[in-house]
Design a protein around this ligand. Structure first.
Ligand code: ZN
Length: 316
């Protein structure tokens, strides 16, 4: 049977400053820091995960904040724009909020939907759109009432070096369905209700350069380990070259580069972020895999202190 992903599992990007990243994704966007851990290959660097209340697949953006990182350039071979959805009727609230916080944004329309587009402190491109789809987060922070809270990903805009080939991979390998074209974008739909609308920019553009302010990879959802094994087989049979299955603590992963140059991952929904700490306090404590526990004190000493804090503008 043909494999079909439910949509985006998570998106991982590079940034420079850990506290600025927390202040933006938790402070401005109101996401929950659901996991505070380290880059398992570079324990002097955090790996921070932000999502909805439960840390559900389809809501998770992750960062490796590295202060000495070179600045990247967004372009072909990358996820160009990450799309968040907010409840219907809350776009004006978000415009007023960004105004209040002194953050600039632009308006855009695609597929008859109104978007506001903005950049995070490192220049990573984001957009916000109202949609009925997807459960409410349940998480709220700072100046954001629960009925206006970001629900999770709506999808993403892919900047491919070969849009037709990427479109083909989305349809033939990932099992998405093409649902339309509009203004230089092709839209593909996955079966889930979050992270399920993927737009491919059909316009040619220069290659991107990895670094701060760019997405490193986009991960797609697999239901469980059995489904994941089937995914690996399907990717291999398509002629693409998946890595072996890698244990990422909170999910299992395979990676492959699709034909338009974008790094794809397929990640399992289980076990999730409550694997190693209680769900109601997730993200508060630095979590380390067992093999790093003996070095906890040194690891903490090498990391900049960070805190999830309400922005000053939200305190008045
Ligand atoms: Zn990943």
């Amino acid at each position: 049977m043909k494999q079909q992903t439910a949509g985006i599992h998570h998106i991982t990007a590079f940034v420079r400053n850990a506290q600025e990243t927390v202040d933006f994704y938790s402070g401005v966007l109101g996401l929950r820091l659901v996991k505070k851990t380290i880059n398992f290959d570079a324990p002097e660097v955090y790996h921070l995960y932000f999502g909805n209340e439960g840390g559900s697949p389809g809501t998770i953006i992750t960062f490796f904040p590295w202060v000495n990182s070179r600045k990247g350039r967004i372009g072909a071979g990358q996820v160009g724009v990450t799309t968040y959805i907010i409840p219907v009727g809350s776009l004006d609230f978000w415009k007023e909020r960004l105004n209040k916080l002194g953050l600039s944004y632009t308006a855009a329309t695609r597929f008859n939907e109104q978007y506001i587009q903005l950049a995070d402190p490192d220049g990573l491109l984001l957009e916000i759109v109202e949609r009925e789809a997807g459960p409410r987060s349940g998480w709220t922070f700072g100046g954001i009432p629960v009925d206006k809270a970001v629900k999770g990903f709506g999808g993403a805009i892919l900047y491919s070096a070969a849009p037709e080939k990427t479109s083909n991979v989305l349809e033939q390998v990932m099992g998405l369905e093409k649902v339309g074209e509009d203004g230089g974008y092709a839209r593909f739909q996955a079966t889930g209700d979050l992270g399920n609308l993927i737009d491919v920019n059909l316009t040619a553009m220069p290659f991107g350069v990895g670094g701060a302010g760019t997405v490193h990879h986009i991960a797609w959802r697999a239901k469980d380990d059995e489904d994941h094994a089937n995914w690996r087989k399907a990717v291999e049979e398509s002629g693409l070259q998946p890595t072996p299955i890698i244990d990422r603590q909170y999910f299992n992963a395979i990676y492959f580069r699709e034909e338009g140059g974008i790094l794809f991952e397929i990640a399992t929904d289980p076990p999730g972020f409550a694997r190693d700490e209680p769900a109601d306090t997730m993200g508060e404590k630095l979590m380390l895999p067992e093999w790093f526990e003996a070095n906890r004190t040194q690891i903490i000493a090498g990391l900049p202190p960070i805190q999830v804090r309400v922005l000053e503008a939200d305190q008045s």
